[in-house]
Ligand binder design. Structure first.
Ligand code: AMP
Length: 123
């Protein structure tokens, strides 16, 4: 999948669409999810044009990957959930049902989160 420069998160990065910003540095931008699935639900996105986990892992520079993953933890600290705990979710490929084609990590927290598998396996 080639990168769509008009995807909604690219537009948020360019400031064309508003977002409830939590954190920003050279590598990452973080904001609150518009449809929270937990008391705390943040999204962390890299600044570069990567479609998904696979694309970021394969094409991102070491500096981008390290900077981004450190930023995820910084966002958790900023949200006050670093010690109480949080879950990260990120997607790659069609089976993951990724909706927005700009790589992002979800941070879910603020309550006991239950099971890891959201959709049961089909028979
Ligand atoms: P995914 O299924 O992993 O691609 O998740 C995309 C997430 O982006 C969903 O949780 C949406 O609620 C969230 N989302 C979509 N548009 C916006 C937006 N404009 N601002 C904040 N979150 C958004």
């Amino acid at each position: 999948m080639s990168y769509d420069t008009n995807n909604i998160f690219a537009r948020i990065l360019r400031g064309e669409i508003p977002a409830k910003k939590i954190y920003e540095d050279d590598w990452a931008f973080a904001f609150h999810d518009i449809h929270p699935q937990a008391p705390v639900h943040a999204l962390v996105i890299p600044k570069g044009p990567y479609t998904c986990w696979r694309d970021f892992a394969e094409r991102g520079s070491d500096a981008e990957v390290a900077g981004f993953f450190r930023a995820v933890q910084t966002v958790a600290k900023t949200l006050g959930v670093s010690e109480t705990g949080y879950r990260t979710i990120a997607n790659a490929g069609p089976d993951s049902m990724q909706e927005v084609p700009h790589f992002h990590v979800h941070i879910l927290a603020g309550a006991r989160l239950g099971t890891k598998i959201v959709t049961p396996l089909a028979d």
